[in-house]
Design a protein around this ligand. Structure first.
Ligand code: SF4
Length: 321
């Protein structure tokens, strides 16, 4: 597929488009039939070696977070990324009796889409015997995302993202979590970094750093941040996770669509681009971290969640919707 000249919006929702999937090559490590090719490493990997590779990368990132005994809450939407993350964390951390895993699912109220992923999330949590909390926008905020979109002309992903973040943090705290694990993959991370570069928002960019711990905010960890989206999907398939093929109906309105299309096409022509963006980001955070210290936070006067000026983004947003 290398050399593909354009990627359409339809392909946006197909993580395997634009990457090289090899089924007629031997695995570089063991000679068994390969299921995926990593253009950035030059390796063909069979199912087992793909699983091993992703597990190794997740373990390496987990070590950087210096996780202590306690509870890790996993944001489980029921999509491929969060499902693969929960499966991986359960595999890696379950042997340690000192770390408890809980799952949180936010049901935003997106008709024709969210019900199925919530069902997948429930099934997975139940199969892994992981305590699972489901919270809805309707219960927490009195309105579904669909309701809010009828009242607001804001981009759906911006409303959804702010409210979900608020609810995840609130719930993780209620569950006593020391960390909140998010299923962002390499593509997500590279897109976010690039989006902030394109906006020239260096302050926000540096503050994306996971190393910053702020009062009232459960520290976020992203163990899949070095795993490409296509490989997360392949992992989900290899370990038999249910993955809903439908995409969120609001996704086409996302600002990052253009960035995603651009990045995927660029990666296609120049394998390793996403890794390069991540390396550059990590170096930038190391060099500029002190110049952009975390903002001082105070509790929101309405909901109590941390914010910079007494009224959090979620409450501001709900007031205007
Ligand atoms: Fe929310 Fe946008 Fe994701 Fe849909 S695509 S779930 S609206 S952030």
């Amino acid at each position: 597929m290398r050399g593909t000249s354009s990627i359409t919006k339809t392909q946006f929702n197909r993580p395997t488009e634009g990457i090289e999937i090899a089924t007629n090559h031997p695995c570089t490590r063991c000679g068994n039939p390969a299921v995926i090719f990593q253009p950035y490493s030059g390796m063909h990997l069979c199912k087992q070696h793909l699983i091993d590779d992703i597990t190794r990368k997740a373990k390496r990132d987990l070590r950087k977070y210096n996780i202590q005994p306690g509870t890790i809450a996993v944001a489980l939407s029921g999509g491929k990324d969060s499902s693969a993350l929960l499966h991986l964390l359960h595999k890696i951390l379950a042997p340690s009796r000192k770390i408890k895993i809980v799952a949180i699912t936010i049901d935003e109220g997106i008709s024709g889409y969210r019900a199925k992923t919530v069902e997948n999330a429930s099934n997975l949590a139940s199969n892994l015997e992981i305590p699972h909390t489901i919270i809805t926008f309707e219960d927490a905020f009195g309105r579904t995302l669909d309701d809010l979109m009828e009242e607001s002309d804001r981009p759906p992903c911006s409303v959804c993202g702010v409210l979900r973040k608020n609810l995840l943090n609130r719930t993780a705290k209620e569950l006593g979590a020391t960390h909140l694990a998010i299923g962002h993959n390499l593509d997500d991370e590279a897109q976010t970094i690039l989006a902030n570069h394109l906006r020239g928002d260096i302050r926000r960019l540096v503050r994306l750093s996971h190393a910053r711990v702020q009062p009232g905010l459960v520290p976020r960890i992203k163990p899949l941040r070095h795993v490409p989206e296509s490989e997360v999907l392949a992992y989900a398939s290899a370990v038999g996770l249910q993955v809903c093929p439908k995409a969120c109906p609001y996704v086409d309105a996302a600002y990052r669509l253009g960035i995603r299309i651009f990045l995927r096409e660029f990666e296609d022509h120049h394998p390793g681009t996403r890794h390069g963006i991540m390396r550059g980001f990590d170096r930038m955070v190391g060099a500029l971290g002190d110049a952009y210290p975390p903002a001082s936070l105070v509790p929101c006067q309405v909901c109590g969640e941390p914010c910079t000026d007494g009224l959090c983004q979620a409450c501001k947003m709900l007031g205007k919707c």
